[in-house]
Design a protein around this ligand. Structure first.
Ligand code: PMM
Length: 278
């Protein structure tokens, strides 16, 4: 069954939930409620990656996430840390995180692959081309599916060469990261291409509340202006979760854990009925 990764951004500026959980106590309470609502994993991040975001000081990033990770792991929650920095990854795993979720797939920090190999934890390698301040300048593709596949394959090669076990690597097409408009739909419509990459890597999809969903559900007349705001994109997100679960995606990264959990269970009930008929 597809796992639900609940998003916990301990940042003042994330694009859709920034500023809500920027004290440790509020973030811990939110993390526990995500788990209670059905998140199998809680993804704790201390650095916003929304388009245009500036980087956070490394010390500040660790200060934001560490107490939250320690407390959630102490309560038995499976925690991933959303970071591009090897130093943060190491501190987080020492504090109880079990998965390193690196939106740069190891490109932002030359030490990341080696440290993750040493930590022997699971590692999400997302497709990435550039930091948030310039990523939209890198959003041109002749064939987005082929290029993202090839670039992810190159990352897998480098990660495995650095000593990370292939079974530890989870791949993510990186929706919204150096991708605009239909590129995101092209990737979603061809997820099978990524499943076929190398040694049967698990797949993670992060579509929650992203801009391309807002554009897809915009009502007549809104297309030219602001697409549906982030807060109005949860039903669209759940539709994506349903499609991902149907395709056997390993996990979806979402803000609304309960809705995702419901969708995953509905797909599972449907698939079980199919099996019974065989
Ligand atoms: N998206 C965001 C942050 N981290 N991690 C992975 N693996 N995949 C994603 O798509 C992803 C991510 C940006 O969204 P947010 O600001 O709502 O956290």
């Amino acid at each position: 069954m597809t796992l639900v990764m609940g998003i916990l951004n301990v940042t003042p500026d994330s694009f859709s939930d920034g500023g809500e959980w920027d004290t440790a106590d509020a973030a811990i309470a939110k993390g526990l409620s995500l788990a209670q609502e059905g998140a199998d994993i809680v993804d704790v991040g201390g650095e916003s990656t929304r388009p245009g975001a500036e980087r956070v000081e490394p010390g500040e990033e660790v200060t934001r996430v560490l107490p939250v990770i320690e407390a959630l792991a102490g309560e038995g929650v499976t925690v991933s840390v959303d970071t591009m920095r090897a130093r943060t990854a190491r501190a987080a795993v020492d504090a109880g995180a079990r998965i390193v979720n690196d939106v740069s797939g190891g490109l932002a920090d030359p030490d990341m692959a080696r440290i993750v190999a040493e930590l022997e934890c699971d590692y999400v390698a997302m497709h990435w081309r550039a930091h948030s301040t310039e990523m939209n300048e890198w959003a041109h593709y002749d064939d987005v599916v082929r290029e993202v596949r090839d670039e992810l394959a190159a990352r897998v090669g480098a990660l495995v060469a650095a000593g990370i076990a292939p079974a530890r690597i989870i791949l993510d097409p990186g929706l919204g990261f150096a991708k605009v408009g239909d590129s995101n739909w092209d990737l979603l419509a061809h997820l099978d291409v990524f499943e076929q990459l190398g040694a049967g890597h698990r797949l993670l999809v992060g579509a929650s509340r992203k801009r391309f969903l807002g554009a897809a559900i915009a009502r007549a007349g809104e297309e030219q202006g602001d697409p549906a705001p982030a807060s109005a994109r949860d039903h669209a997100t759940t539709a994506i979760t349903t499609m991902c679960a149907q395709q056997g995606v390993w996990a979806v990264r979402v803000h609304d854990a309960r809705a995702a959990r419901d969708a995953v269970q509905v797909v599972s009930a449907w698939q079980n009925a199919r099996e019974r008929q065989r």
